[in-house]
Design a protein around this ligand. Structure first.
Ligand code: HEM
Length: 588
């Protein structure tokens, strides 16, 4: 009996329409394409992308995640989107530089007035004008951006989207992937495989010193590379187990069986741990495969809504030793395409750092390392991710916030206070857009108050839910399909925390749901009266009081001494000599 394994490029997943969801297919839309101009900047009555970024997105002080999400949560999000979508910027497809406003403090300090940040437009393809929400251009054609990945959640960051790519990454022995043994530090991906394209936007190290991975963006930051490496290790662990149980199986069969387990587990963690943490609720139970559902990514989801992740990234990546002491954190701007730091710190230290540290809130604010130092210093390749997101949205002709809301069946907003209850954000939006109908989907969506127990507002909640419903319903190989359960009977799916534990050494204490920071063991905590030394603490967390955030670190795993670290209102380290009841966070 031969098993059908899923293709690498997404072809033949849908048997009625074998190209559906395949690489280089157009995105679909959930709202009308607006202001798209295939040849030039669209005519818009709103400020430049960088101006909006400056007025609306400039982050002045930390805002920790109210939902107590961890940095591992944002790293999973980045890994996940690298599995689902890539609107690949293509130099031949036209430039569309981000114009810098004159006297921009960071990018035009000497007021020259001619500065731009590089931007390449996304590749487009012609689509039939009967395609929902497409707009006929002057030349009578309808155009749509192309997804340079296949749509399905199929562990592409581990294996790649082409057979030629996975072949460069495979050991071709016992079904294993190539891994390099670094002794005490464990196994790491190979480096500099010839012919395997890897992004290296920061150019900090020569390309042959970067890890060779299934996804070209995999070295973007060490936290992301951690997730890659865990799944590579898990693949080989499964392959070894399969060979032990079935010594006669050939390399190809073992490889596909292990790959299928990795895919199953990534799907399961996404739907059982990641999405409930993001949305504040689980999706309804799986109701089976439907070949009429198109799993293709929506342009609004990837160009806008799922970029919510850029606001939750913090200014440092932490490294925590096995005894709970903290090492020097890595500033985010030094983390881009920096594989060396991960090797130096080791997987375990970085995983502890990612899982203990509370992430930044999902909100309109983006830290300076992303908004001014993206992949380089200002003037030396530095860019602004907020501008890039807005420019990408304008390049793609993404409809305005209110148009998308109407298309989703929501009431359009009439005032800035309909979008957010935060008066500062209302003022920022008004300063940039003047009227609510001008508000873009990115800024409007990120400004919304979070809905229910979720970490995003109503509009992004719907766009994300809509996408992930189709992603599983339109995937013939979805792990909950009865036949896939039989194919994967040999697999050992588990929580992400347990998968990490299995593939690392002496991880020590890890919370059950690693996407939330660890729970405080007791609802009432004694407070120390001494000023903490920053290196000797375990868990960092915060509670919100009426007018400020107070940061806490837990001084030891063994006791409940919680020490306030930083009062945001005056930026001082302040020990508070009275016991404060800590809310009983039930995060796992
Ligand atoms: C250090 C962290 C991160 C960096 C430096 C980063 C950087 C980038 C860059 C440079 C782009 C391309 C922008 C463009 O030209 O349009 C991008 C795209 C994107 N990012 Fe991130 N990102 C990070 C984390 C995240 C996280 C945590 C998420 C989600 C949870 C996320 C979601 C996305 C999405 C959805 C896209 C668009 C994908 C596509 O359609 O091509 N990113 N990111």
């Amino acid at each position: 009996e031969s098993t059908e394994w899923r293709s690498y490029d997404g072809s033949n997943n849908n048997l009625i329409n074998p190209n559906q969801g395949e690489i280089y297919e157009p995105f679909i839309r959930v709202a009308q394409q607006q202001f798209f101009n295939p040849d030039d900047y669209p005519t818009l009555s709103i400020p430049l992308s960088r101006e909006v970024s400056n007025i609306v997105c400039d982050q002045q002080s930390p805002v920790p995640s109210k939902e107590l999400l961890s940095d591992m949560f944002n790293m999973w999000g980045q890994f996940l989107i690298h599995n689902m979508a890539h609107a690949l910027p293509t130099p031949t497809n036209g430039k569309y530089p981000v114009k810098v406003p004159q006297c921009d403090k960071v990018f035009d300090p000497s007021c020259e007035g001619n500065k731009t940040l590089p931007y390449f437009r996304t590749r487009v393809t012609e689509v039939d004008c009967s395609t929902p929400f497409s707009t006929r251009q002057e030349n009578n054609l309808c155009m749509e951006q192309v997804n340079s990945l296949s749509a399905y959640i199929d562990a592409k960051p581990v294996y790649g989207v082409f057979k030629a790519r996975v072949n460069l990454l495979r050991a071709f022995k016992n079904g294993e992937m190539k891994l390099t043994d670094l002794g005490e530090k464990g196994e790491f991906p190979p480096k500099g495989i010839a012919g395997l394209e890897m992004d290296n936007d920061a150019r900090r190290y020569p390309i042959d010193q970067l890890f060779s991975l299934g996804e070209r963006r995999g070295n973007e930051n060490p936290g992301l590379t951690v997730v890659h490496n865990i799944w590579l290790r898990e693949h080989n662990r499964m392959a070894r187990k399969i060979v032990r149980d079935n010594p006669s199986f050939e390399d190809e069969k073992v490889f596909q069986m292990a790959r299928s387990c990795v895919i199953e587990n990534i799907q399961q963690i996404t739907y059982e741990e990641y999405l409930p943490s993001l949305l504040g609720e689980s999706l309804p139970p799986y109701s089976g495969y439907d070949d009429e559902v198109n799993a293709q990514i929506s342009n609004e989801f990837t160009t806008v809504a799922f970029r919510f992740g850029h606001s939750e990234v913090g200014p440092t990546i932490e490294s925590v030793n096995a005894d709970g002491t903290y090492n020097q954190p890595l500033p985010l701007k030094d983390s881009y395409f920096n594989p060396k730091w991960l090797e130096e710190q080791g997987m375990e230290n970085v995983i502890r750092g990612l899982s203990y540290k509370q992430e930044e809130s999902v909100d309109i604010y983006m830290i300076s390392d992303l908004r001014n130092f993206l992949f380089g210093r200002p003037g030396a390749g530095g860019m602004d991710l907020a501008s890039r997101n807005l420019q990408r949205s304008r390049d793609h002709g993404i409809a305005t916030y209110n148009t998308v809301r109407k298309s989703l069946g929501f009431q359009p907003v009439n005032s800035f206070s309909d979008i957010t209850s935060d008066p500062v954000i209302q003022q920022r939006l008004e300063a940039a857009y003047k009227t609510v109908d001008n508000v873009e989907l990115f800024t409007g969506g990120l400004s919304e108050d979070h809905i229910g127990n979720g970490a995003v507002g109503q509009t992004f909640h719907r766009l994300i839910t809509e996408q992930f419903e189709r992603t599983r319903k339109g995937d013939r190989f979805w792990y909950e399909q009865p036949w896939m359960k039989r194919v994967n009977a040999h697999c050992e799916p588990d929580t992400f925390a347990n998968i990490i534990r299995r593939n690392t050494k002496d991880m020590g204490q890890l919370q059950k749901n690693i996407f939330h920071i660890p729970n405080v063991p007791s609802p009432v905590c004694e407070l120390s009266t001494s000023t903490p030394s920053p290196s000797s603490f375990h868990f960092r967390r915060s509670i919100q009081t009426a007018d400020s955030y107070i940061y806490f670190q837990q001084s030891s795993l063994a006791n409940n001494n919680i020490i306030p670290l930083l009062n945001q209102s005056n930026n001082q380290l302040i020990p508070i000599p009275i016991p404060i009841p800590i809310p009983n966070f039930s995060v796992y």
